[in-house]
Every structure is written in structure tokens, then in C-alpha cells.
Design a protein around this ligand. Structure first.
Ligand SMILES: [Zn+2]
Length: 175
């Protein structure tokens, strides 16, 4: 017998009702989720298995299926699933932190280029995580770009050693 975690009373199990998963900050409806309803105290809750995979699925859906420019809550969702603070996402996309907050509170549109960049970064990150490629990585690649790039002096040539491409297994990261 299942008991209510709040009042200890007997709880009703609901199996076939769509669950509105608004806790993620988006309008997401989940089917096939077991829900609990307590007739005694009115407590309602749901049991959501594998939250991490669910969030990855929602993120991929946003990036691949949503055709309009990313909405404020979608940007926030993607940033949180990337485990980035607003300041870190700002550095990654080359914008100021206040631009991020204006996107996230709906005061400004993200724009075509940043929309595409954020989607690409998210999908690359998701693919790295799925393949357990944790060294290097797309997030670090952008993190290493300094803010004032016009002032950088660098040599014209790219120096490459044979072992960098000859010894590299398909699943290893470049040195
Ligand atoms: Zn209860």
C-alpha cells in the first residue's frame, strides 16, 4: 500500500493521465508518468524516471524541432542544462551578461546567429556527453577565447606533428 509522504494517508495511484511538467520552466506534457493523488490532504506529485535523459530529450527537441527563434524560457532551459551561469554563457557566445538576461526575461530577441550558435553548442555538448567524450569539449573551446581578440598576436603558421593525427583513435580527444 502506498502512503502519502506528506500526511501518511493512503494515496491514489494514477497511471493514464498526461502530466504537465511545468517544473522545467517550459510547457512540456509527459505521457505514461505515474502520478499520486492524496484524497486526505490534497497532495499531488509525479514520479519522473531518469530526469537527466528527459532534460536532454527536451533540449534536443528544442534545438532540432522548434523552428521559431529560441524563446526566453527555452534559452534559460538550454543554459541550465549546459550547467552554465548567465555570465559563463555570455562569455561562450561573446555577448555581455546583461544581454543574456534580456534574452531570458523576454526583453530582447536572441537573433539569428546566436540562436544557431546556442543550438549547435547544445547539440555538440549533448553528443559529447552521450559518447563520454569529456576532455576538451565544445564548452572549453569557447571558454579559452579571450574577450579582447583583436589584440591577439599570433603566428601565421599552424604547426602540426604527425602523432596528432596518426595516433589518434576515433574516440580520443586531440592533445
Ligand atoms: Zn496526504
Amino acid at each position: 500500500m502506498n502512503k502519502c509522504y506528506s500526511c501518511g494517508g493512503e494515496i491514489k495511484i494514477i497511471k493514464d493521465k498526461p502530466y504537465s511538467y511545468t517544473e522545467c520552466g517550459l510547457d512540456v506534457v509527459l505521457h505514461g508518468i505515474t502520478q499520486y493523488d492524496c484524497p486526505t490532504c490534497g497532495e499531488e506529485y509525479a514520479s519522473i524516471p531518469n530526469m537527466q535523459k528527459l532534460h536532454r530529450l527536451i533540449g534536443a527537441h528544442i534545438c532540432q524541432k522548434r523552428k521559431a527563434l529560441l524563446k526566453s524560457e527555452e534559452i534559460k532551459f538550454l543554459r541550465k542544462d549546459l550547467h552554465l551561469k548567465a555570465k559563463e554563457l555570455a562569455a561562450l557566445l561573446g555577448v555581455t551578461p546583461s544581454t543574456i538576461s534580456r534574452w531570458e526575461n523576454g526583453k530582447k530577441d536572441i537573433g539569428e546567429a546566436h540562436d544557431r550558435l546556442l543550438r549547435s553548442v547544445y547539440m555538440m555538448y549533448a553528443s559529447e556527453q552521450a559518447n563520454h567524450m569529456i576532455c576538451g569539449g565544445v564548452l572549453n573551446m569557447f571558454k579559452e577565447l579571450p574577450a579582447k581578440r583583436k589584440k591577439i598576436e599570433q603566428s601565421k603558421e599552424l604547426v602540426l606533428n604527425p602523432q596528432e593525427w596518426l595516433n589518434c583513435m576515433p574516440d580520443c580527444c586531440p592533445a
